[in-house]
Design a protein around this ligand. Structure first.
Ligand SMILES: Nc1ncnc2c1ncn2[C@@H]1O[C@H](COP(=O)(O)OP(=O)(O)OP(=O)(O)O)[C@@H](O)[C@H]1O
Ligand SMILES: [Mg+2]
Length: 227
């Protein structure tokens, strides 16, 4: 569903590239972890995949088409849902308003469907009282679940998350990864998570390591048996 072709990126000095000529494929219906040392370029890679920045060379293709063709703004609106470690919600809104706004902005098929948004938040363990108060009054784990609920009510086929479990305890981390896998396996989306936690990576279908400026599959998808 998503692939890179000779993807190359550097910030200031071409010789100090973060990665070069990277060819990767990510399939719908699967979850992926990107791991690697601090400063290796994981956030940079997912920013490129999410259409937040432009490659120095090479391309990113969605369903075979270069994302530049229709423009990055269109790509982000139609195809991508993003979960960041912080600042991921509209802080002056309630959880429910956050979901409704996202559904509206992205022209989701459930646009305006309050009951649908409420059902999703309930599924993620929020009480009616929690979903209607300002999100800043929720705990970190609750806010992160709202951010994930938001990706579930939108139709974006690609979900990108940068350290989504960074502030969470073990139980909340397990819940959150379970939800990401549910988004991949039940909604058929492609989920890509940056994480420094081996226990999180272990629960993803594929694990990609960025080391010495090279990406290698530490865990490849189990090949589906030939029909
Ligand atoms: N805007 C920028 N301008 C110049 N250099 C940058 C910029 N953003 C990041 N870098 C550098 O690029 C490298 C990769 O940064 P990036 O944020 O992608 O790493 P990361 O793998 O996500 O690290 P972490 O695990 O600490 O989040 C780092 O050395 C960083 O200092
Ligand atoms: Mg980072």
């Amino acid at each position: 569903m998503l692939s890179t072709e000779k993807l190359t990126y550097w910030y200031t000095d071409k010789d100090q590239y973060l990665f070069k000529d990277v060819d990767l494929t990510f399939e719908a219906g699967h979850s992926y972890a990107i791991v690697g040392q601090s400063g290796s370029g994981k956030t940079t890679m997912v920013s490129l995949l999410a259409g937040l920045d432009t490659p120095k060379a090479g391309a990113i293709l969605v369903e075979g088409e270069d994302i530049k063709k229709r423009g990055l703004t269109t790509y982000r609106r139609d195809k991508v849902a993003i979960v960041f470690q912080a600042y991921n919600l509209f802080t002056y809104m309630s959880a429910l308003e956050n979901l409704m706004t996202a559904m509206s902005i992205t022209h989701a098929s459930h646009k305006g469907d309050k009951a649908y948004a409420e059902a999703m938040l309930t599924k993620l363990g929020l009480t009616p009282e929690q979903m209607t108060k300002n999100v800043q009054k929720l705990s970190g784990g609750q806010q992160q679940r709202v951010a994930i609920a938001r990706t579930m009510v939108c139709d974006a086929p690609l979900v990108v998350a940068d350290e989504p479990t960074g502030n969470l305890d073990e139980d909340n981390t397990d819940d959150v990864i379970g939800l990401f896998n549910q988004i991949a396996h039940e909604q058929g989306k492609c989920v890509i998570i940056v994480t420094h936690e081996p226990s999180v990576a272990a629960k993803c279908d594929g694990v990609l390591r960025l080391e010495h400026r090279e990406f290698t599959w530490e865990k490849a998808l189990t090949p589906t048996p030939a029909a």
